[in-house]
Design a protein around this ligand. Structure first.
Ligand code: ZN
Ligand code: ZN
Length: 362
């Protein structure tokens, strides 16, 4: 965390600001408060300038903050947190103040602007998001553990899915993830069976899984704040040849994407590798989402693996953690998606999610 603070300071200097504020309030939780300061409560403001770092919180978290944030000046706020931030900016004499535009509510910004009319507000566009893309060893250990617990839960749940509803399968898998020792599930589990497999982000329904279905399950665990993300697609009972072909197409696309993962490649390269296989099969229009995303304290973070022309040219560095998850979705018929979470290494990648992405008939 000390190293993170130094990197944040360097970014503030590069943006020419006197200091910056991060708001992590109940109305808008902000993982950057934890990332920079180590504080894990749900209500805090942090303020950083070249010489000092402050953590503002309320009475509920005073003791916790003192323990979690050694080296930070702790301010226990009795009234409004935003007003306390205003007072601190005045006290420090900041003129140019940085805010991360995407992580401040309109109300907070409005109050700051009215109370501090002399200040210039400088948007710090994603400076912390960019730092977070490359993980440290502790973060990777948490991600690996999350993936292990999720895979153990899948191993327990998968043999039981036949004859159960999507909703019951999702509930059983989430229960197994928690019983395996995860702090939480990473996101509401997706279970999409039969024709519902064409909905990339289907909410589990009461549809009962039956022989002849492909079933797509997208799931993850949280350990120490870090999320795993994995998708499997399995056949139940028997399958028609188009289902097997669709699976093999997505499997080769995912394998091609993974082969493109290495230090120095761009996020776009990985997307393009997946997409080329699916386009060559004439299914490009049925793969309508990006091929993956960064994952860590949030389920979707930088870098984004996308073909969008407006996406920045993110370069993969060692210890960047990304998912590779091509899918093909045929409306009215079904779909296949395969997803792994991997760590970028010098010469390739290391898989964190380890469930084999092989054709499986249950
Ligand atoms: Zn997923
Ligand atoms: Zn994902």
């Amino acid at each position: 965390v000390a190293n993170r603070l130094a990197r944040v300071r360097a970014a503030l200097k590069a943006h020419g600001v006197d200091g910056a504020l991060w708001f992590g309030l109940e109305a808008l939780p902000n993982v950057h408060v934890r990332y920079i300061s180590g504080f894990r409560g749900s209500s805090a403001v942090i303020a950083v300038d070249a010489d000092a770092q402050y953590l503002l919180t309320d009475f509920r978290y005073a003791e916790q903050a003192a323990a979690e944030c050694p080296g930070w000046a702790l301010v226990v706020v009795r009234g409004s947190m935003v007003q306390a931030a205003v007072d601190l900016v005045r006290e420090r004499g900041w003129q140019r103040v940085g805010l991360e535009a995407e992580r401040v509510t309109w109300r907070v910004y409005d109050t700051l602007a009215q109370e501090l009319p002399g200040c210039t507000w400088v948007p710090l566009d994603g400076i912390v998001d960019d730092l977070r893309a490359v993980k440290d060893d502790e973060e990777i250990a948490a991600l690996r553990r999350a993936a292990e617990l999720a895979d153990a839960a899948l191993a327990r749940t998968l043999p039981t899915i036949r004859g159960r509803s999507e909703r019951a399968i999702a509930r059983a898998l989430e229960q197994a993830i928690l019983e395996a020792g995860a702090d939480a599930v990473a996101f509401p589990t997706i279970v999409a069976s039969g024709p519902r497999g064409s909905l990339p982000h289907a909410r589990p329904s009461d549809r009962v899984v039956a022989p002849g279905d492909l079933v797509t399950i997208d799931f993850g665990a949280v350990v120490d704040g870090y999320h795993s993300d994995e998708t499997v697609t399995v056949a139940v009972g028997w399958a028609e040849s188009w289902q097997r072909d669709l699976f093999e197409l997505v499997r080769s696309a995912q394998a091609a994407g993974l082969r493109a993962v290495r230090s120095g490649a761009t996020a776009k390269d990985v997307d393009a590798a997946c997409r080329a296989i699916i386009e060559a099969a004439g299914r490009g229009r049925e793969f309508g989402h990006g091929a993956g995303h960064g994952v860590g304290l949030e389920i979707h973070e930088r870098p984004l693996l996308t073909s969008r022309p407006d996406a920045p040219p993110w370069i993969l560095e060692p210890k960047t953690v990304i998912t590779v998850e091509p899918g093909v979705y045929l409306p009215g018929r079904g779909g296949v998606r395969l997803e792994d979470t991997v760590v970028v290494t010098d010469h390739g990648y290391e898989r964190l999610t380890t469930w084999p992405k092989e054709w499986t008939v249950l």
